[in-house]
Design a protein around this ligand. Structure first.
Ligand code: GLY
Length: 299
């Protein structure tokens, strides 16, 4: 059964996972791996690619605050999984499952190094009595970061991590909803430059890549969405929740990180705005949505 739109953003539980020490040096990053690395270019020219090191203490402080917002400020029941040192990207739980209503599709992450992350998520979702569906087709790949659920339909980003077969399986599992595919260019995941900022409100970055993806989504949809255009693509990844005692809530990147985008968020007068720093996990391509799976468990 399709969820009622009035339930959009409602959530009672969140799954999060601690940051392993291995993240700093071994987490995947589009910039080319932890620390400094040398990349052989086509013309045999060797260039130095300097990537910013992750400040692990700061990453943990930021993540602790994110979890505290969900647990203490918003009153969610937070299931906190322990880190696994052999899974450097395991804090990014969003990629391991797509949950809608009482069905949870466990993903087959595009990066082979991330596939075992799904096991811990599976156990929690089973313990919480979700109808858990596994993606058993080895040819299918899908990361939760490529899935934008608007409350009315799904958009699936076809990216380096998510393929056609993964999108087909998602469409098969969530049959009550239209599922449209969007090519992801210029970034890791579809939600690296967009997310939902409220019911019917798409937050979208300003880059050419982000705007192209939005245009495709608008062309493919039967629905009309409002848009919230952020000057910074990274800031367009925000976390929307509807909490009955608080109303519309939005976790978004801080004015210190993205001053111009923060001004845009501040114009949302109906939302309780919660700025959350994410300077460190962003260095390994993590956005705010990446660090939780939000669940709405019916009483
Ligand atoms: N570091 C996040 C990812 O590459 O999946």
């Amino acid at each position: 059964m399709a969820e009622s739109l009035s339930n959009f953003g409602r959530c009672t539980h969140a799954i999060v996972r601690d940051i392993p020490d291995s993240l700093g040096k071994e987490a995947l990053r589009t910039g080319g791996g932890g620390g400094c690395c040398k990349e052989q270019q086509q013309q045999e020219e060797v260039v130095e690619v300097v990537v910013s090191p992750v400040d692990m203490a700061r990453a943990r402080r930021e993540h602790d605050l994110y979890v505290a917002v969900l647990r203490q400020k918003l009153g969610l029941q937070v299931v906190e999984l322990p880190a696994d040192e052999s899974l450097p990207d395991c804090v990014f739980v969003e990629d391991t499952a797509v949950v809608c209503g009482d069905t949870a599709l466990l993903t087959h992450p595009g990066a082979p190094s991330r596939r075992r992350e799904v096991e811990a998520t599976k156990k929690v979702l089973e313990d919480l009595n979700f109808n858990v569906v596994e993606m058993t087709d080895e040819a299918a790949t899908l990361d939760g970061g490529d899935i934008l659920f608007t409350g009315r339909e799904f958009f699936v980003g076809l990216s380096k991590r998510t393929n056609q077969r993964g999108a087909e399986i998602l469409a098969d599992v969530f049959k009550d909803y239209a599922v449209s595919k969007v090519s992801v260019t210029g970034t890791l995941h579809l939600k690296s430059y967009c997310s939902m900022a409220g019911p019917g409100l798409i937050a979208i970055g300003s880059s050419e890549h982000a705007q192209k993806a939005l245009k495709i989504m608008q062309e493919m949809s039967e629905h009309r969405y409002d848009k919230l255009t952020l000057p910074d693509d990274e800031a367009a990844n925000c976390v929307y929740l509807y909490i009955p005692s608080k109303g519309h809530v939005l976790l978004h990147r801080t004015p210190e990180e993205f001053p111009e985008s923060a001004k845009v968020f501040e114009k949302l007068k109906d939302h309780m705005l919660i700025p959350v720093s994410n300077t460190e996990l962003a260095k390994v391509d993590g956005g705010l949505t990446c660090c939780s799976i939000l669940l709405n468990k019916k009483a």
